[in-house]
Design a protein around this ligand. Structure first.
Ligand code: ZN
Ligand code: ZN
Ligand code: FE
Length: 756
């Protein structure tokens, strides 16, 4: 065979390969290898026509696979025969424009090092804070429609200057087809409003902001996906003042460190955490605290949400202030979504901050900072937003046209596009009018962006969730999915599982098929349906929803379940902080079974024990009791409490054991550890019971309880040592932020088998 003979091939590449320098990269390697032909963006892939000798084509293909730009995620590469043509060069063809075109939209990406350097040396970009290139900058946050094109972003109001245009059209330039390309002569600018003073020179803005922050003030700063509130993280008074003004209860603040070396002084970091901190997604990474920080930042928890600068303005601020750490918390009031609008920021955030720094590049899609934690060596997303959305998640079944409404708290929804799930950014708790309109508006935008009109809707079983009510109003075929089944399915979907699994779904609240509040659930599940094998024994929630906010109520309830009317005689100390009439009312509601709904919630079980140990009687933020219990748990304790497993998991002996230990003055660190160990042993015992009965050895772990590091790591280890295959979350949250993905996977399966 003549190896010098030219042959032609189509190379079809799928994945995240558009808008991030893929075509210029193809052009570059084609030119280097003297391959002729063309490259073109198509609706769901990039097509390459390549003509050269077979040897050269081989190295061309290897180079595509091995040397693609860092942000490209090639999912498949297909090679097809083609007929050789008379091309003399290699070219980039114009995108085909069609109304059904769906291009993969890149998430927002942290500013790259090359762009930061350009701020020092490119004459038209000296100190230019909106510098970006094909490899970095805003994407999803500014896009209004596809195909991804400047005209369809919020950059459309800025006409490129000649110099930017030249870069934009030069195939060899790093800014070739970088839609948000801009410079000092043509791009967006910052402005600052401090009281009655307006500042519009960038250096002056940085200087004034820095001065205010050093003086202990706080400043609202517009970012990529919304406004932040910033202050000096090491200034106790500044942090206190910000917390007070923000009315943020006691939810921990995230801290941005100047660089990774400074972060290492304050938190323990393993390599995977460092990789996450420095990744182009730049999430907040939940790390173990090493050095003391002002208590007002994280209310004495042992973890800290840490991230690194990802916009030029952040770098400028650290340089000018010389500070090591800045609080960078979302610019909003309590439960409202993060502010994105300049006018709104001026009206509302100026009540919290001493100055407001805005810019005139509109944020179209609101994206909060994402949150990641590393457990058992793997990074796990706890809040999926900036940097990750809208990267699709591949499902095993066709889910086109299915809208999954998500849960109520930490809501995300999902839209089925072909066989992929487009999971929305973090929407938040559907409790305020503003959050709800963010929800409904984003649903419409996803439908437009991904060219999918919902034909089916899937939602939670809970009749009162706003997401359920929204779903019912759509007048589409509707599928209702039990909350804990959705949790398990979301983790199954991450792993492409469809066969029956042992589903362990532990969390705070989910509406059960019997109307009770579920949350300590051991299921046998596949994507279509589930059987409830076992669950935590029911106890009452005296005071209804208030029981989730006031752990002392659950302590009382568990004592009541154990000792009946004599509950109050146990540990009189425990209830000293609770008003006597509240106590009596709660006891009465348990006795008479009035306003004391039944629950099997694992979250409430943790609450009860946290209150029994005197760690938390009233929640100041979600899951505070469980977190405080986890913090004190001794790491070297192996003992646990007795329990009984059956269709119900009986916990009287756990409570009695804890009371006994408390009376014996056993240190609370040991009691907390024994309690955690008990939960791990319950998980093992039920898993073994299911395995021997059903011959299933795949265990799927989901639900917010698995954010508890002690429970998660020990459960994983114990189950693996006992021969189970264990599946856990990494790409979507184990908390309710993952529910929509699970709903979507279940609905796709049910539709496929004809159940809807
Ligand atoms: Zn760049
Ligand atoms: Zn320009
Ligand atoms: Fe849940």
């Amino acid at each position: 065979m003549n190896t010098d003979k030219e042959i032609a091939r189509y190379i079809i590449v799928k994945g995240l390969v558009q808008g991030i320098g893929f075509r210029p990269f193809i052009y570059k390697i084609a030119s280097e290898l003297a391959v002729v032909g063309w490259v073109e963006n198509r609706s769901d892939s990039v097509w390459i026509f390549a003509q050269a000798t077979s040897k050269i084509l081989d190295s061309f293909v290897s180079s595509i696979q091995d040397d693609a730009p860092p942000l490209c995620k090639i999912e498949s590469l297909e090679i097809r025969e083609a007929v050789a043509e008379a091309y003399a060069t290699f070219s980039i063809r114009e995108s085909r424009d069609s109304s059904t075109e769906v291009t993969r939209i890149s998430p927002d990406i942290a500013v790259c090092d090359a762009c930061l350097e350009d701020m020092q040396k490119q004459p038209h970009r000296i100190n230019y804070p909106f510098v970006n290139c094909t490899l970095c900058g805003p994407r999803f946050s500014i896009i209004k429609d596809v195909p991804y094109d400047r005209e369809k972003t919020t950059m459309h109001t800025f006409a490129m200057c000649d110099q930017c245009k030249k870069e934009y059209t030069d195939i060899t330039d790093r800014r070739f087809h970088a839609q948000p390309v801009a410079c000092n002569n043509c791009g967006p600018l910052y402005t600052m409003q401090a009281g009655t003073i307006t500042v519009s020179n960038f250096s002056e803005i940085v200087e004034t902001t820095s001065r205010l922050i050093i003086e202990g003030k706080s400043v609202a700063v517009k970012g990529i996906g919304g406004y932040h509130l910033a202050c000096n993280a090491l200034d106790q008074n500044a942090v206190d003042a910000l917390r007070k003004r923000k009315r943020r209860d006691h939810k921990p603040f995230a801290v941005m460190f100047a660089d990774v070396d400074v972060a290492k002084e304050y938190v323990h970091l393993i390599q995977e955490e460092i990789d996450q901190l420095l990744s182009p997604e730049r999430p907040i990474v939940l790390c173990k605290l090493k050095k003391e920080i002002p208590e007002a930042i994280n209310t004495g928890l042992d973890t800290l949400g840490v991230f690194l600068p990802y916009m030029p303005f952040h770098y400028a601020l650290f340089e000018k202030t010389g500070l090591q750490a800045l609080v960078f918390t979302s610019g909003n009031f309590s439960d409202d979504p993060i502010v994105i609008d300049n006018g709104h920021a001026q009206d509302s955030l100026s009540a919290i901050a001493d100055a407001v720094v805005s810019h005139n590049r509109d944020i179209y899609n609101r994206v909060d900072d994402s949150v990641v934690t590393v457990m058992a060596g793997t990074s796990r997303i706890l809040r999926r937003s900036r940097g990750y959305v809208p990267t699709p998640i591949q499902l095993t079944h066709n889910c086109e046209g299915i809208f999954a409404a998500g849960a109520e708290l930490k809501n995300c929804f999902a839209l089925g596009v072909g066989t992929t799930a487009q999971v929305s950014q973090h929407i938040g708790d559907l409790k305020t009018v503003d959050t709800y309109s963010f929800y409904t508006e984003t649903i419409k935008r996803f439908s437009k962006l991904f060219r999918t009109t919902p034909s089916h809707v899937v939602c939670d079983l809970h009749p009162d969730y706003l997401s359920t009510q929204y779903s019912r109003e759509l007048s589409l075929p509707i599928i209702e999915v039990q909350h804990h089944h959705a949790h398990i399915a979301s983790c199954m979907a991450e792993h492409g599982l469809d066969e029956p699994v042992i589903g362990i779904s532990l969390d705070g609240t989910g509406y059960g098929e019997d109307g009770a509040v579920w949350g300590g659930e051991f299921l046998i599940a596949d994507l279509q349906s589930f059987k409830r094998f076992s669950h935590l024994a029911y106890v009452g929630m005296p005071g209804g929803d208030r029981a989730a906010l006031e752990p002392w109520r659950m302590a009382l309830s568990y004592l009541y379940a154990c000792y009946g009317n004599a509950a109050l005689d146990q540990l009189v100390d425990l209830f000293k902080v609770v008003p006597k009439d509240h106590l009596e009312m709660a006891l009465l509601s348990l006795e008479k079974d009035i306003n004391a709904p039944k629950t099997s919630s694992m979250g409430r079980f943790f609450d009860a024990v946290a209150a029994l140990l005197g760690l938390c009687h009233y929640h100041r933020f979600e899951a505070e009791g469980a977190m405080r219990l986890e913090i004190i748990a001794g790491q070297t304790v192996d003992e646990s409490y007795a329990f009984e497993c059956g269709a119900e998991i009986k916990t009287e002996k756990v409570i009695a054991g804890i009371i006994q230990d408390l009376n014996k003055k056993v240190p609370t660190e040991i009691i907390a550890a024994k309690f955690h160990n008990t939960i791990v042993r319950i998980i093992l015992a039920v898993s073994e019971a299911i395995r021997s009965k059903e011959h299933i050895d795949r265990v799927v772990l989901s639900g917010g309880t698995f954010q508890n590091r002690y429970i998660f790591t020990r459960t994983l280890k114990t189950l693996r040592e006992s021969g189970f295959s264990v599946y856990t979350h990494s790409r979507v949250p184990c908390n309710d932020g993952g529910i929509a993905l699970g709903q979507l996977a279940i609905a796709a399966k049910r539709r496929m088998v004809g159940c809807v």
